[in-house]
Design a protein around this ligand. Structure first.
Ligand code: SAH
Ligand code: SF4
Length: 338
C-alpha cells in the first residue's frame, strides 16, 4: 500500500502511473493532500468515482492516528500522534491572537538522547528517529483535523533535530516545495550539536537557527545540560559565528530562566558579554514545571529586569509566551505519554 502523505509530486505521479492516469491526476491528488488536507481518498471529489476506487486499492492517505487531542484554555491544541509501530509523539498547534500565523511545533525524534535536566522529553531517553514522512504527517494531521493551513513550523517538540538532520532537512524541503511554507517561517532549535551546526550552515536553507543556550557560562550550563561536556560554550560560539558569517542570517538564542540558578543580574551581564559579538535575537523562556525536578520559575520581576539588562546591551529580547501549560503542551513538557 502506498502512503500518499509526505510524497512529492513526482512520487505521487509514480503511484498514479500504476493506474495509467494522466499527470493532471497526480497534481489533483497532490493538491488534495497538501492544500485541502483530506483524510481519505473518498474526499477527493474532483476525481472520478472509478478512479478513486482504483486508487483506494493501492494507496491510502495516511497511516497515523490521533491518539489524544487536547485543547488549552488559550486555544493551543496538542495532539498525541501514533505511528504504525505504536510509538507516539506530540505535535502542538499554537494560535496567537491578532496574528494570522498558525505555528506547528513538531517533534523530530521519539524521546531524546541529550537528556537536559529540565526537560521531560529527555527523561525518557532516546527511542528512535522519526522519518521525514513522519515529521510531515504531524503538520498534515493538524491541517486535516482543523481544516486550517499551517503557516510556520518550529522544530521544538520532542527530540534533538540536529541528531536527525537528514530527515529534518528532507522535511524542510517538503514544507517548502509542497506546503509552500517559506524557509524563513521554519525554525530549527538545537541544544548545540556543534559539528551539525557547521553542516547546517553549508546547506542553502533560509530557515532560522535557534540555539538553546540557557546559561551565561560553562559551569552553570553543565549543571543544566550534559551536552556542555561534549560541546562547550566556546566551541559552540565558534560554530555559531561561522554559521552567521556563512549564512548572513541572524540566529535566535533561547535562554531558559530558572529561579536563582541563571536569572540573576550577574547572569544577565555575563550573558551579554558572551553574546556581544553574535548577531542574534534573544528569546527568554520562563521555566515550565515538569514532574521530574524541583526547579522553579523566576518571578516576573526578575524576568523583566533580566530582559532590561540584555536590551541595554543592544539586543532585541522577547519573552516567550507560555502556551498550553494546562495541557502540558508547553516547552519541555512533552513526553509522548497519554
Ligand atoms: N532539542 C531541541 C528542541 C526541542 S526543546 C532543543 O533543546 O533546543 C525546545 C525548547 O524548549 C528548548 O529551548 C528547550 O530547552 C526548552 N525547554 C525544555 N524544557 C523546558 C521546560 N521545562 N520549560 C521551558 N522550556 C523548556
Ligand atoms: Fe532533548 Fe531539547 Fe529536551 Fe534537551 S531540551 S532533552 S535537547 S528535547
Amino acid at each position: 500500500m502506498h502512503i500518499l502523505s509526505g510524497l512529492n509530486l513526482e512520487e505521487i505521479q509514480a503511484v498514479t502511473d500504476e493506474l495509467h492516469a494522466t499527470p493532471f491526476r497526480a497534481r489533483q491528488v497532490h493538491n488534495w493532500i497538501y492544500h485541502k488536507s483530506v483524510s481519505s481518498i473518498d474526499e477527493m471529489t474532483d476525481l472520478s468515482l472509478k478512479f478513486r476506487e482504483e486508487l483506494k486499492k493501492i494507496a491510502i492517505v495516511s497511516d497515523v492516528k490521533i491518539k489524544v487531542k487536547q485543547e488549552s484554555v488559550d486555544g493551543t491544541l496538542k495532539y498525541l500522534i501514533e505511528y504504525p509501530d505504536g510509538e507516539c509523539v506530540e505535535t502542538v498547534l499554537m494560535r496567537f491572537d491578532n496574528r494570522a500565523n498558525l505555528t506547528a511545533c513538531v517533534s523530530s525524534q521519539v524521546g531524546c538522547a541529550v537528556n537536559c535536566s529540565f526537560c521531560a522529553t529527555g527523561k525518557r531517553g532516546f527511542i528512535r528517529n522519526l522519518t521525514y514522512k513522519e515529521i510531515i504527517e504531524q503538520v498534515l494531521t493538524i491541517q486535516r483535523d482543523t481544516g486550517l493551513k499551517v503557516t510556520n513550523v518550529v522544530f521544538m517538540g520532542q527530540g534533538e533535530p540536529l541528531l536527525n538532520l537528514d530527515n529534518v532537512i528532507k522535511a524542510m524541503h517538503i514544507l517548502n516545495d509542497n506546503f509552500q511554507i517559506g524557509a524563513r517561517r521554519i525554525t530549527v532549535s538545537t541544544s548545540g550539536i556543534v559539528p551539525q551546526i557547521y553542516k547546517l550552515a553549508d546547506i542553502d536553507m533560509q530557515s532560522t537557527l535557534a540555539i538553546s543556550l540557557h546559561a551565561p557560562n560553562h559551569e552553570v550550563r553543565r549543571k543544566l545540560m550534559r551536552i556542555e561536556d561534549k560541546y562547550n560554550m566556546s566551541e559552540l560560539k565558534k560554530a555559531l559565528k561561522s554559521y552567521i558569517e556563512k549564512t548572513g542570517r541572524r540566529i535566535t538564542v533561547e535562554y531558559l530562566m530558572i529561579k536563582d540558578l541563571n536569572d540573576t543580574v550577574d547572569s544577565a551581564k555575563e550573558l551579554a558579554v558572551y553574546l556581544k559579538d553574535l548577531k542574534c535575537n534573544i528569546n527568554l523562556i520562563p521555566y515550565n514545571p515538569t514532574a521530574e525536578n524541583d526547579y522553579q520559575r523566576p518571578s516576573n520581576n526578575s524576568i523583566m529586569k533580566f530582559k532590561y539588562l540584555l536590551e541595554h546591551s543592544g539586543k532585541k529580547v522577547t519573552v516567550r509566551l507560555e502556551r498550553g501549560a494546562d495541557i502540558d503542551a508547553a516547552c519541555g513538557q512533552l513526553k509522548g505519554k497519554v
